[in-house]
Design a protein around this ligand. Structure first.
Ligand SMILES: [Zn+2]
Length: 665
């Protein structure tokens, strides 16, 4: 029964969401700052970034395709533009120097110049930065996407030999030519249009000297390290953005919430899940298992080690050996499994298959071990032991499109249960001119690619296309999730494979009793549980939805000295636990201290019991609910309710059921 006191408090966590077009038509986002570029998807699936200028109007409809300065991609694009402006400004200052290009690091653009041994003194550097500001605000700095050949021609004619040499080696077909005042440069970013930022800030962070193409050439370049912002306001917003990044760091959050740790004596990149972490992980596993069973997958379980021979057949020994943990026993080589595929294939091959029995879908929460270099390990996102939501689907060629469509539906169902709504698809196809780089016949590739594309279109999904980005064994679809701060996380992948069915001779009997080759799909939707947990913690700044919370309800007696209240709190906790609700009971310390502790652990329901509640057999709860909006910002809603214990149980169970569309509890 809903109680008497009902407070509705709305708190904005972090950033707000209003985007507006000012009078000049320039798009500015209250939290993310100036629009830098608008992403346009072209007919052929390639992406173009239209730079923002005062001259063009941008409307709210552009929002989801707009790169703002304070999201990761927008910041990167802006730094590229700043670097190009400084590069061209240097040419204005010193006509005879040679431009050697722009590269980006996390927080700065590096502008390389060949000055023929002329030292750039402070005064000159100051003038270059001043000129670069003029370039940015002039409305005359122009980006044009052209074929690589055309760009090379312009660079040769304008005698920019360093840029020419760099562009020649760029592994792309198109480049963007940058022009200002009759001087030219280029960038590999697909930028198009005229830049205009009315009050830009550019700062020279540092200078250094670097060798052109390594020491052997003996040519030394001057390098300017520069940073900048579209405006003063952007500079302030960006510092807020950086503090949000720190706030959401899953490594720090995991310490607060006691989720996991690593231990030098056990090994780097090997995760120890503490009880809180294991509870959250169990919730993910249980959901993932049940949703797959509901969708027609059959569970399989396979061992963690196998003889090296299995991986000889699969080809991993030849191509993947440096990432595998191996050991010898009785003179034979064993492998700690780096992938589940060969095991699932072995299970499939235990019997023969007829055409009406396909597709066969084998699912496993499969734990694999991969050697990653020590320096690359990080938190839960880069580890050496990980559990994938792995499945392999074995099917006929004519079933590909339907199966992909089913998979895309499953992706939607799973992501929405986790409250993840902002994600994009990328279709990777082969380069049809590169016959040697991709295995399988033209017909098979055409069929596979058009099936993937057809399924995406049928679901009304927008996607980008990467030509030449397919695996050598087949085309694939990758799914990237975007978090609150515009950072992309690659999670899901759906890959067609023509190679392993060949290597393991996977066949079925068709209606004319002939043996036919199967096609195989590898797919993971959340990717690995480790990485996905890291993503969830960062996405929600630790405030994961109730159904995932390590502890869902904490029960606190008002007076820790009162035996009746403590006993009652414990009995309430027990009743909740009996119904599968993850519950804690904190009895010691002052109430305010215990409430703070519960909030620090981001427990979504705090139940307080005093003498009144003992008498009535009730609980007074504060329910904290966070909802993610389109761009992933969070709005917290706090509600205080008085309920019977059964009422509380119903409320929790109902919320889990509705979030998971009935899959849990
Ligand atoms: Zn696989």
């Amino acid at each position: 029964m809903p109680g008497s006191s009902h407070a509705d408090r709305v708190v904005w966590e972090g950033l707000e969401l209003n985007a507006s077009s000012s009078r000049e038509g320039k798009l500015f986002h209250d939290a993310l700052g100036s629009a830098v570029a608008v992403r346009e998807l072209l007919e052929d699936g390639s992406v173009r970034l239209k730079v923002v200028s005062h001259r063009e109007r941008h409307t709210k409809a552009d929002l989801s395709d707009t790169l703002f300065h304070s999201d990761r991609e927008g910041r990167r694009v802006f730094l590229e533009i700043v670097g190009q402006a400084v590069l061209l400004a240097a040419k204005l200052e010193l006509r005879h120097l040679q431009l050697a290009g722009v590269s980006l690091s996390e927080e700065e653009a590096r502008v390389d110049l060949y000055t023929f041994d002329l030292k750039l003194d402070r005064e000159r550097l100051h003038r270059i930065i001043g000129l670069a500001k003029e370039v940015l605000s002039s409305g005359k700095m122009c980006f044009t996407v052209k074929s690589k050949q055309e760009v090379l021609e312009v660079l040769r004619e304008s005698r920019e030999f360093f840029l020419y040499r760099r562009a020649l080696e760029a592994p792309v077909e198109r480049l963007s030519l940058v022009e200002y005042g009759g001087n030219y440069s280029y960038t590999a970013e697909p930028l198009e249009g005229v830049v205009e930022f009315s009050e830009p800030i550019i700062t020279l962070v540092n200078t250094s000297r670097v060798h052109w193409l390594g020491e052997a050439t003996g040519i030394v370049l001057e390098r300017l390290h520069v940073s900048g912002y579209p405006s003063k306001q952007d500079e302030q917003l960006y510092s807020r953005y950086l503090s949000e990044v720190r706030l959401r760091d899953h490594v720090a959050l995991s310490k607060d919430m006691d989720i996991y740790f690593t231990e030098p004596s056990i090994g780097a990149g090997l995760i120890l899940w503490t009880p809180n972490g294991a509870r959250m992980r169990r919730a993910v596993e249980e959901y993932i298992y049940k949703v797959h069973v509901k969708r027609g997958y059959e569970p399989v379980v396979t061992p963690h080690i196998a003889l090296g021979e299995l991986f000889e057949i699969s080809g991993h020994m030849q191509h993947y050996r440096e990432n595998m943990f191996t050991f010898e026993r009785d003179g034979r080589l064993y492998v700690v499994k780096p992938m589940n595929c060969p095991f699932h294939i072995a299970i499939l091959k235990r019997r023969r298959w007829g055409y009406r029995e396909l597709p066969v879908r084998y699912f496993e929460l499969g734990t694999v071990y991969r050697y990653e270099r020590g320096g690359t390990l990080h938190g839960l996102t880069r580890v050496r032991g990980m559990t994938q939501d792995d499945a392999h689907i074995f099917l006929r060629e004519d079933q590909i499109e339907d199966e992909i469509a089913r998979l895309l539906e499953l992706v939607e169902e799973i992501y929405s249960a986790f409250g993840l709504t902002n994600y994009t698809f990328r279709l990777s196809v082969r380069d049809p001119r590169d016959k040697a780089g991709f295995m399988g016949s033209d017909e098979l590739w055409k069929l596979a690619e058009s099936s993937l594309e057809g399924a995406l279109k049928k679901q009304g999904i927008r996607f980008t296309v990467g030509i030449g980005d397919a695996a050598f064994y087949g085309p694939k679809i990758d799914i990237n999730l975007k978090d609150a701060l515009g950072r992309e996380w690659q999670c899901g992948t759906i890959q067609l494979d023509f190679n392993l069915p060949e290597r393991f001779n996977l066949t079925y009997t068709d209606e004319h009793n002939r043996e036919q080759r199967m096609v195989m799909i590898h797919r993971a939707i959340i990717g690995t549980i480790e990485r996905f947990t890291g993503l969830l913690l960062e996405y929600y700044a630790g405030r994961v939805p109730l159904w995932l919370a390590p502890i869902q309800v904490v029960v606190l007696p008002v007076e820790d000295a009162s035996k009746t209240q403590v006993d009652y709190a414990r009995s309430v906790a027990r009743r909740l636990e009996e119904r599968g609700i993850r519950t804690a009971c904190i009895v010691e310390g002052r109430l305010n201290y215990r409430i703070r502790l519960a909030r620090k652990q981001r427990i979504p329901i705090i139940a307080v019991v005093g003498s009144r509640e003992v008498e009535e057999g009730s609980v007074t709860i504060t329910k904290i609910e966070y909802s993610a909006s389109e761009l992933g910002m969070y709005k917290a809603k706090e509600e205080t309710l008085k309920l019977s214990v059964d009422g509380l149980i119903d409320l929790v169970i109902e919320q889990i059921r509705s979030a998971t569309r009935g899959i849990l509890p």
